[in-house]
Design a protein around this ligand. Structure first.
Ligand code: GLU
Length: 293
């Protein structure tokens, strides 16, 4: 089914931005708490890559999952990035203000017959590596039934090489899923390169399946190294102890912190002190060392 004109126009605008900018990157934190050292390290990597290519770097706030948003988190993210000297281009993009875009695409995908309503419970699907297609042909009602909403899944062909299974595009709590919002944002905002943390590598197959369903070329993806705590666990935004405030309390200034983050990326020696701009200027190679996909 043909993509209607107003949606095609959004894609065309994105394509034009991609072509005219050469490089357009983004950093897309969720405002669920304070940025921790791992988030900051990824932000630095993403910024460096964009600036080294003389490209744009957008700041997008993934605030669709409203129950998880924390008051003041957006302001804190902005302040932290500024303090580190990581400047972004244009206004901050809030996903919560782009719901119309996501809803319009979701409706089109539904109309074009690519979605189905899934009423499987979390318990039913627990332990399965991928969704087994249970509700594909059940013809479930799209709305409330017995006080429950279904999730809306994209029917991904079994031949799809990603093996992602049928991706949830609208969650059973009615929220647009991150997977759909992020794909639509990269496309309509003209993102050429996504640089993010290794933890999101597991989200890539689902995202690639959505690009395929929309018949669009994905951006390039790079997944940078994570920072772990003393016991080898991934840091969490909920632990404020891992944020900038704690580092500042130890007496570190922005140059110390940039040095610390850059040494985590193997770009400088441990104990280096330099500003983000100085780091950018002294780079002799591509800042991305981590696994590319
Ligand atoms: N908002 C997502 C997160 O903070 C990241 C999205 C992305 O970079 O694709 O985990």
């Amino acid at each position: 089914m043909l993509i209607p004109g107003h949606l095609q126009q959004q894609l065309d605008q994105g394509l034009q931005l991609r072509r005219s900018s050469g490089y357009r990157g983004r950093y897309a934190p969720s405002p669920t708490g304070v940025l921790h050292r791992g988030n900051l390290q990824t932000a630095l990597l993403s910024w460096l890559q964009a600036r080294q290519r003389r490209g744009s770097w957008l700041l997008r706030i993934d605030d669709l999952d409203t129950p998880r948003n924390r008051p003041g988190a957006i302001e804190a993210i902005e302040a932290d990035l500024r303090w580190l000297g990581l400047d972004w281009d244009g206004p901050i993009i809030l996903q919560s203000l782009r719901k119309e875009v996501y809803d319009a695409w979701l409706s089109w995908l539904q109309l074009s017959g690519q979605l189905f309503a899934c009423r499987c419970s979390r318990r039913q699907l627990a332990g399965l590596a991928r969704y087994p297609g249970t509700c594909r042909t059940a013809g479930h009602h799209w709305g409330w039934l017995n006080e429950r909403l279904p999730s809306w899944r994209l029917q991904v062909p079994d031949s799809d090489p990603e093996g992602s299974g049928d991706v949830v595009l609208r969650r059973s709590d009615g929220f647009i899923a991150y997977q759909l919002a992020t794909v639509l944002d990269e496309l309509t905002l003209g993102i050429t390169d996504v640089v993010r943390g290794q933890d999101l590598l597991q989200a890539l197959p689902a995202q690639r399946s959505i690009y395929r369903a929309l018949n669009q070329t994905p951006p390039r993806f790079h997944h940078g190294p994570l920072v772990c705590d003393g016991s080898g666990n991934k840091l969490s935004k909920r632990e404020a102890s891992a944020g900038l405030a704690a580092l500042r309390k130890q007496g570190m200034d922005a140059a110390d912190v940039v040095g610390l983050l850059a040494s985590g990326l193997d770009l400088v020696d441990e104990g280096s002190r330099l500003t983000a701009r100085e780091l950018l200027e002294c780079l002799t190679q591509d800042p991305i060392h981590a696994v590319d996909s």
